[in-house]
Write a protein that binds this ligand. Structure first.
Ligand code: NAP
Length: 247
């Protein structure tokens, strides 16, 4: 069997109805995983894309505005892959930033990520679903400060930290925990940036690869990190950014 195969694995991808999460779900299914596409809206389009390529997927409604939403999802279900992709961003000057914009982002991007991962790992370890893999979707703002996005930056720095502590605690138990830090990827999340010619040009000028990333660029990386080929990778925050951080 290929070192990159995910056959006989069951995976859950959060925020799989669109963008990066959709591409990750399709990439995992292409390697043979059975993929639960979780989102606050139905992931029918993603499930159809998986089926059209001969894979197996299903949709599950979960709203991570409740950080404990996935508490009962994993027990007895045979999951060995979790992709924490769901995320939101709120923009305002730090002088004006509201508690609501702080809590909403931290709840989805950080608190839900931790407690979803805890529920996944409890089931995987209790039921022997190892080797297992967790991939968290971090950001360039896990390394850089950004501007006017204080809760997003705090949450994504937190994602990098959680990736490392969970790797430390679980590496010897058979769970690989890693993160991907996407660069500028063409999704709903970045539509406003791409629509602003000045911002678009400034971003492209700094990317050595000379183009926006595609969601598929992240999908392939996630599939690799879940595969046997990545079994000695623990606690990495892998930037997939067209070279942005190398500048
Ligand atoms: P996106 O198209 O906006 O996707 C975000 C996903 O998260 C959507 O499926 C969204 O569902 C889901 N989501 C948001 N709140 C949720 C909630 N309360 N419960 C369940 N699902 C929820 O943007 P994207 O670019 O693909 O973002 C995916 C991840 O990549 C995020 O964590 C983001 O921070 C990260 N990221 C993106 C970039 C980039 O350049 N695009 C760069 C770095 C990191 P709805 O469709 O219902 O809103």
């Amino acid at each position: 069997m290929s070192a990159f195969s995910l056959s006989d694995r069951r995976a859950l991808v959060s925020g799989a109805n669109t963008g990066i999460g959709q591409a990750i779900a399709v990439a995992l299914a292409a390697q043979g995983a059975r993929v639960t596409c979780a989102g606050r809206r139905a992931c029918d389009e993603t499930v159809a894309m998986i089926a059209a390529r001969g894979g197996v997927g299903e949709t599950l409604t979960l709203d991570f505005a409740d950080p404990m939403a996935a508490r009962d999802v994993f027990a007895g279900q045979g999951y060995s892959i979790l992709i924490n992709n769901a995320g939101i961003i709120r923009r305002a000057d730090s002088l004006e930033f509201t508690e609501d914009d702080w809590d909403a982002v931290m709840d989805v991007n950080l608190k839900a990520l931790f407690f979803t991962t805890q529920a996944f790992a409890k089931a995987a370890l209790a039921e022997g679903n190892t080797p297992a893999a967790v991939v968290n979707i971090a950001s360039l703002l896990s390394f850089q400060g950004g501007i006017r996005v204080p809760s997003y930056t705090a949450s994504k720095h937190g994602v990098a930290g959680l990736t490392k502590i969970l790797a430390n605690e679980w590496a010897a138990k058979g769970i690989n925990v890693n993160a991907i830090a996407p660069g500028y990827i063409a999704t709903n999340n970045t539509a406003a940036l791409r629509a602003d010619p000045a911002r678009n040009d400034a971003i492209l000028e700094r990317i050595p690869a000379g183009r926006w990333g595609a969601p598929e660029d992240i999908g392939g990386t996630a599939a690799f990190l879940c595969s046997p080929a990545a079994r000695y990778i623990h606690g990495a925050v892998l930037n997939v950014d067209g070279g942005w951080l190398a500048r």
